[in-house]
Design a protein around this ligand. Structure first.
Ligand code: ZN
Length: 508
């Protein structure tokens, strides 16, 4: 009864009583596994459990009544997150070739425990019965992402940790952190202090309108994610969606400003001036600090929704176009993108871009995120680019769940039901096998214009992220809607007790 559905599941008779007499057994061959053991310890030491399990190192036979974490040798370099989970009446063994695999196995075990918890009316559970089961599992895609916009509304570190816990529970492995937009700049940059002094504050004083993460905060989140084997990919949206930058540094605009950190949503016409060489000094200096802070090989540089109105009227931008022999203003954004990618290469990083950038000429080796439907992703994959599918037809969790007029969510597109998310297929039939290999996976995007607090975020992502997890993890042939509903029902009591969940979890 696990979400996402494992490759194989064989239930058997009986159950294992997990209580304080049990121990976590880790092989005595290094520190990394002990860290996985600490993660497991933390899960059962925290509410609603009160089962703090000791960690024991062992060399030969596993200790009695243990949850054994067993790392198997492997000849394969890229064995991914493959793992096995065996629960018998005597003990539990999680085996994998690496820490990521062990962690995914732990997450399955934790889910089995939470299903039981939902049925128990207590906040301090000292024993939980895990049904006997044999699970072998591995993911379909290597990019299973959830995005979160922290510009339109700001969420403190504790909320981000709760978000990461949900990602971990459903085996997502990418957290795409949308850190900047017209409505607020949310990350400390030492060389450009006004980005947060001015760019992180909105004048309207509405809840969650202002705030930013210090570098210490960011490192804390990255460490938290790392323990869960989730990669944190920062997004700095450029050269559009930058009014918060221009509020801090109006000299980087075409007109000189002044500007406010935006209090309205939509596409803003004031963007970075590409004719001004200081813009490049700013962007490269800022990216140097982002690259120093974040460990991911990827840095998302946006590239979406950049109007060219100001560039058309700006002498500097027009001079740049003439000097560089650019045909039109679209070419100017292409020029900007090329220079950004050249800088990322110096930083040894790979760029990720929204799909508008395909039309500008996506530089080879970078990743395209297809959001305006699937076609841009399909075209990019055919051209040999790596692609992440996040079409707003299936993956925009800011849209309503249903047509019910009382339903919360964005109104500019049709609702996306749980079933529609479940039916999402990241590899369309039109792609041949070679092009299909370029699809790294998919992700949901969570734009927060209408989500002023984390409770609202939860009600928008739950239970749709559960359906998406299965799309991205499980084999397409194993997808089974009635079976998914049954497994979701098993987890529903716990989800509802601990999170804000949309009512569609009970069926349409
Ligand atoms: Zn300009």
């Amino acid at each position: 009864m696990i979400i996402p559905n494992p490759s194989t599941t064989k239930p058997s008779a009986g159950s294992f009583a997990l209580n304080r007499e049990c121990v976590i057994g880790v092989m005595d061959d290094g520190n990394a596994e002990a860290r996985v053991g600490e993660y497991l310890h933390g899960l059962f030491a925290q509410s609603p459990f009160e089962i703090p399990l000791d960690i024991t190192h062992f060399a030969g036979d596993a200790p009695n009544r243990s949850i054994r974490l067993l790392k198997k040798p492997s000849d394969h370099a890229d064995i991914g997150e493959q793992h096995e989970l065996a629960v018998t009446t005597d003990g539990i063994t999680i085996s994998a070739h690496n820490d990521a695999g062990l962690t995914r196995g732990i997450q399955s075990l934790y889910q089995l425990a939470l299903q039981q918890v939902g049925l128990i009316d207590s906040t301090s559970i000292k024993e939980i019965r895990i049904p006997a089961i044999q699970v072998t599992d591995k993911p379909r895609f290597g990019w299973r992402g959830m995005h979160l916009d922290v510009s339109r509304h700001f969420f403190p570190v504790n909320d981000i940790k709760r978000y990461l816990d949900l990602l971990a529970l459903f085996k997502f492995n990418v957290f795409h952190w949308h850190l900047t937009d017209d409505q607020g700049w949310r990350v400390q940059i030492d060389a450009f202090a006004k980005l947060t002094e001015i760019g992180a504050k909105r004048a309207d004083n509405k809840p969650s309108g202002s705030g930013f993460y210090t570098k210490k905060d960011i490192r804390e989140v990255i460490e938290y994610a790392k323990l869960r084997h989730i990669e944190v990919i920062p997004e700095i949206d450029l050269p559009g969606h930058t009014q918060a930058v221009l509020a801090a540094y109006p000299e980087l605009s075409c007109t000189g400003g002044p500007f406010d950190v935006s209090q309205t949503s939509g596409i803003h016409k004031d963007v970075l001036c590409v004719g001004n060489e200081d813009t490049f000094k700013f962007v490269t200096g800022m990216l140097d600090e982002i690259a120093e802070l974040f460990e991911s090989q990827y840095i998302h540089l946006g590239g979406d929704e950049c109007p060219t109105d100001r560039w058309k009227e700006c002498k500097k931008c027009q001079k740049r176009m003439a000097d560089e022999k650019l045909k039109d203003e679209t070419g100017l954004q292409g020029y900007f993108t090329t220079r950004m990618v050249q800088h990322l290469e110096k930083l040894n990083r790979v760029g990720v871009f929204w799909d508008e950038v395909l039309e500008l000429g996506l530089p080879a080796g970078n990743v395209l995120m297809s959001w305006r439907g699937m076609d841009h992703g399909i075209n990019a994959a055919k051209q040999g680019h790596r692609v992440v599918m996040s079409p707003h037809s299936h993956c925009y969790f800011d849209f309503k769940h249903s047509k019910d007029p009382s339903d919360h969510g964005a109104t500019w597109a049709d609702p996306i039901s749980l079933k529609e998310v479940y039916d999402f297929e990241p590899i369309p039939a039109i792609l041949d096998a070679k092009a299909a290999k370029n699809v790294l996976g998919g992700q949901a995007n969570v734009w927060t214009e209408r989500m002023p607090d984390f409770a609202t975020v939860e009600s928008m992502i739950l239970p749709r992220m559960c359906a998406l997890s299965e799309v991205l993890w499980s084999d397409a042939k194993d997808r089974n809607w009635p079976d998914f509903r049954k497994r979701l029902a098993a987890l529903t009591p716990w989800l509802e007790k601990n999170h804000n969940v949309h009512k569609c979890i009970h069926g349409d």
